[in-house]
Ligand binder design. Structure first.
Ligand code: SF4
Ligand code: SF4
Length: 268
């Protein structure tokens, strides 16, 4: 099983929870807390996290990635997963933390929303497993939010934290990065790593790739889809996942134009 959404490797994990299982937790302005949960994190960002945060900050994908994330594209990298860059103060505080709370609260990433739960997925059996919701409690020792009688079911917490739309957008991407062929490789080919990075996170570069290369001469894409990915970045992100499925997992989700198939391959 792979933990995909948990930010601290030193956590203490309790048994898996079903959606109707209950836990006690409370966090908010009424609690006097040192907000340690917003520092010293290894916080993975999903493409949809970045989409929401960059929109909130009115930044391009490239500017957001440069200013707020660590670059995963090092030589001989494994799957390029983007992490939020903490500030370089003593506590490694999140750049969005303030004495008033989270400066981007409505657009905070999935990991921040789900806490005090952790979320996991599995690539043990098949792709449907990515859509299974697996939660567990992450009891950070410093967190005083557990000292309460306020009770939630997992389902109520998800609703309260606006997590459903994040899950809906994150699961198709998780299917791609949990692809068994990718997971087996300790080091990815540089070009594959760059493709995953672009198709997942760098919407600016992906848009240029679609509209300024031979992409549309190669793939048979409906005009309606072309128009929607030109105008709508969320549609572009989802289209990027489809392209990654085609090139990484070999799924036949994009049709190659007849004229782009070399004549000696036709009819194969
Ligand atoms: S994004 Fe907001 S909630 Fe998440 S760690 Fe940073 S300050 Fe805390
Ligand atoms: S109660 Fe826990 S979750 Fe809430 S601010 Fe404090 S440490 Fe963070």
């Amino acid at each position: 099983m792979d933990c995909i959404n948990n930010s601290n490797k030193d956590d203490e994990r309790l048994p898996m929870l079903d959606l109707h299982d209950k836990f006690k937790f409370s966090c908010g302005k009424e609690i006097e807390c040192s907000i340690q949960c917003c520092s010293n994190l290894n916080l993975m960002l999903t493409p949809y996290d970045i989409f929401r945060m960059k929109k909130r900050l009115k930044l391009s994908s490239e500017d957001f990635l440069m200013q707020y994330t660590t670059s995963p594209l090092k030589e001989g990298t494994a799957i390029p997963v983007v992490m939020l860059q903490m500030t370089d103060d003593e506590k490694r505080t999140c750049p969005f933390a303030s004495s008033e709370g989270c400066k981007i609260y409505e657009d905070r990433p999935s990991s921040c929303r789900v806490y005090p739960l952790g979320q996991a997925t599995t690539n043990d059996k098949d792709k449907a497993a990515c859509h299974k919701e697996i939660y567990f409690i992450v009891r950070e020792p410093y967190c005083i939010g557990f000292n309460t009688d306020k009770e939630w079911t997992v389902r109520e917490w998800k609703k309260n934290q606006g997590l459903d739309i994040y899950n809906e957008m994150n699961y198709p991407w998780m299917e791609i990065i949990l692809d068994k062929i990718l997971q087996k490789q300790k080091m990815l080919d540089d070009n594959i790593a760059k493709m995953i990075f672009m198709g997942s996170y760098n919407l600016d570069a992906f848009k240029r790739f679609v509209f300024e290369s031979r992409f549309l001469e190669t793939f048979d894409i409906e005009n309606e889809v072309i128009e929607s990915i030109k105008k709508d970045e969320l549609e572009l992100m989802k289209f990027g996942f489809m392209w990654l499925k085609a090139v990484i997992s070999g799924e036949k989700v994009l049709k190659v134009k007849d004229e782009a198939i070399p004549s000696n391959n036709k009819g194969l």
